[in-house]
Write a protein that binds this ligand. Structure first.
Ligand SMILES: NC(=O)c1ccc[n+]([C@@H]2O[C@H](COP(=O)([O-])OP(=O)(O)OC[C@H]3O[C@@H](n4cnc5c(N)ncnc54)[C@H](O)[C@@H]3O)[C@@H](O)[C@H]2O)c1
Length: 252
């Protein structure tokens, strides 16, 4: 098992990619603290995950700095000063909006969750990692942060910023036992992508055909990548973006 004796905080973990990451981490022997803003969804996820290992749920809005700090303090008290060995900044939102219709409210809500949420969680958990021998930070980027896609300027900008944040964290803390990497999924079959983002089913089908593998990714594909990057076997990998997209970005 890749993650024995590791404790991981996974944000946005109640469904989709976050749930698959938590599930893989538990199967690899990690203890998981599953955080999500959606209480009901969190309870359902916990019922699904509990047979796999040691998991507890915490209701958390990652864009609420006070709530994030409170959780970090609670975990520090419970675990002798080190809240986590692994932080997965996975919580993310974003629906299609034409650029000229983007309001401050839409822009800010996406940035607050996708980017500031990752900053808040990292600032809250990193000190405990630094004072207890190191740790791993994984940020959930997207292929959208590496190419343009119409009507997604707000989302894409937040994901591009996560690549930059990851690189800086990796370099700034490289000698202190911290590794930071960014996982960039292509199109994954989750509620966010298939429903909440507002894509027309015909557009999604056209998009699927445009992917060299002609399929959407599975959340489990991302779970495996995160398990690798979170584990000691990837000890020399830091500051990287790992793209999992069925060949999408590789084609002309
Ligand atoms: N699905 C894709 O194709 C795809 C592709 C690239 C990147 N991503 C990224 O992967 C991550 C997960 O996406 P998904 O498709 O599984 O989405 P999803 O909507 O299925 O799941 C996201 C989870 O995050 C939670 N969440 C939302 N706002 C939150 C907040 N403020 N605080 C805490 N939790 C919050 C939701 O309740 C939900 O359970 C996101 O960062 C997304 O941008 C997804």
């Amino acid at each position: 098992m890749l993650l024995e004796n590791k404790r991981a905080v996974v944000t946005g973990g109640a469904r989709g990619i976050g749930l698959a990451i938590a599930s893989r981490f538990l199967m690899e022997g990690a203890e998981v603290i599953l955080c999500d803003i959606h209480e009901e969804r969190l309870q359902e996820a916990l019922e699904q995950l509990q047979p796999l290992g040691h998991v507890q749920g915490k209701k958390l809005d990652v864009s609420d700095r006070q709530a994030v700090d409170n959780l970090a303090r609670e975990l520090e008290a419970a675990y002798g000063g080190k809240p986590a060995d692994i932080l997965v900044n996975n919580a993310g939102i974003g629906a299609s909006t034409p650029f000229l219709e983007l309001t401050d409210a839409i822009w800010d809500s996406v940035m607050n969750v996708n980017l500031k949420g990752a900053v808040y969680c990292t600032q809250a958990l990193l000190p405990g990692m630094l004072s207890h021998g190191g740790g791993v930070i994984l940020n959930m980027g997207s292929t959208n942060g590496m190419r343009g896609q119409p009507t997604m300027a707000h989302y894409n900008a937040s994901k591009a910023a996560l690549v930059s944040l990851t690189q800086t964290l990796a370099v700034e803390f490289a000698t202190q036992g911290i590794r930071a990497n960014c996982v960039c999924p292509g199109s994954i079959a989750t509620e966010l992508n298939m429903k909440d983002s507002g894509w027309d089913p015909d557009y999604l089908e056209q998009f699927r055909q445009h992917i060299p593998q002609q399929r959407f990714g599975k959340p489990e594909d991302i779970g495996w990548a995160c398990a690798y990057l979170a584990s000691d076997v990837s000890g020399f990998v830091t500051g990287q973006t790992l793209v999992l997209d069925g060949g999408l970005l590789a084609q002309q």
